[in-house]
Design a protein around this ligand. Structure first.
Ligand code: NAP
Length: 269
């Protein structure tokens, strides 16, 4: 779809990547319904993005905690009224650390926000999307939705799940007017990553992208209607190799494992 024909519902609009996506979409003529949890942050963002002209017909916002079914239903209604034809499931929550350090509540929270919420919102919005001549649903996943790395067990579970969901639904809706797509950014400089992740990235030589480069990739994904897109050449290759022969890569992440924390690692028997 051409961007100036897109009427977008963007979740996670107040975050680092969300703000860059909103800016890029608006600059290219899309209409954007911004969503996040904080009305104050959304109102400020809408003002900032609208500039002096305020573009009231192309920017609107609706606050919703996507983990709350009633709030999600209200967002669905606002999105239907907006005549949304592009849903971008971008909201997400981080998880990083040794698997043994996570409590059940944390694991449930990550899966709820990163996997169940986009599934529920996609399902809730499908009838309205089907009423549009053409529609697209973009799941913002991660390279870690194709490659599991030490430190990202719970996060990868959520993003692998999201990718599986996107792939199955894309095939289920093939031949319909709704296209399902998956974007896999690599590490990106936003508030999502804390000092521990920055240290891990430095220790392992992990490349870190800007949110603006993720926004450009997302815009290209909307225009191309490709099934999925990953950022970064080494990551693209690793994703392919990992898909074909994952065990070949098992030894490639010892540096990542070692940099998780200074606890001596057990020697596998
Ligand atoms: N940054 C990275 O390294 C990276 C790499 C690959 C993929 N990604 C993915 O890219 C997406 C955006 O990440 P980001 O870096 O922009 O993160 P971010 O700056 O932390 O922003 C997260 C966004 O998600 C929203 N959010 C979180 N929980 C929510 C909930 N329960 N209900 C509604 N909104 C909720 C936040 O809204 P509030 O304003 O209400 O907090 C915020 O707008 C995520 O899906 C992430 O997994 C990030």
């Amino acid at each position: 779809m051409k961007i100036d024909q897109a009427r977008v519902l963007l979740t996670g609009a107040t975050g680092g990547i969300g703000q860059a996506i909103a800016k890029e979409l608006l600059a290219r003529g899309a209409a954007v319904l911004l969503s996040g949890r904080s009305p104050a942050k959304l109102a400020a963002l809408a003002r900032q993005l609208g500039g002096p002209s305020s573009l009231p017909e192309r920017i609107h916002w609706h606050a919703a905690d996507l983990d709350d079914p009633a709030a999600l239903a209200a967002l669905r209604d606002a999105a239907a009224e907006w005549r949304t034809n592009v849903l971008i499931n971008n909201a997400g929550t981080p998880s990083f650390g040794r698997f043994e350090s996570f409590g059940a509540e944390h694991m449930e929270q990550v899966l709820r926000t990163n996997l169940l919420a986009p599934m529920r919102l996609t399902q809730a919005l499908l009838p309205a999307l089907r009423r549009q001549p053409r529609a697209q649903v973009i799941q913002v996943g991660s390279a870690l939705g194709r490659i599991g790395l030490p430190g990202y067990s719970v996060y990868s579970a959520s993003k692998f799940g999201l990718r599986g969901f996107a792939e199955a639904l894309r095939r289920e809706l093939r031949g319909s007017t709704v296209r399902v797509q998956y974007l896999g950014p690599r590490s990106t400089r936003t508030g999502f990553n804390d000092a521990r992740v920055d240290a891990y990235n430095r220790a392992t030589g992990t490349a870190v992208d800007t949110p603006e480069s993720v926004a450009l990739a997302l815009v290209a994904l909307i225009e191309s209607e490709a099934a999925e897109r990953f950022l970064g050449m080494p990551e693209k290759l690793a994703v392919r190799l990992n898909g074909a022969v994952p065990q070949w890569l098992d030894g490639a992440f010892d540096k990542h494992r070692a940099s998780l924390n200074p606890i001596p690692l057990e020697t596998p028997t």
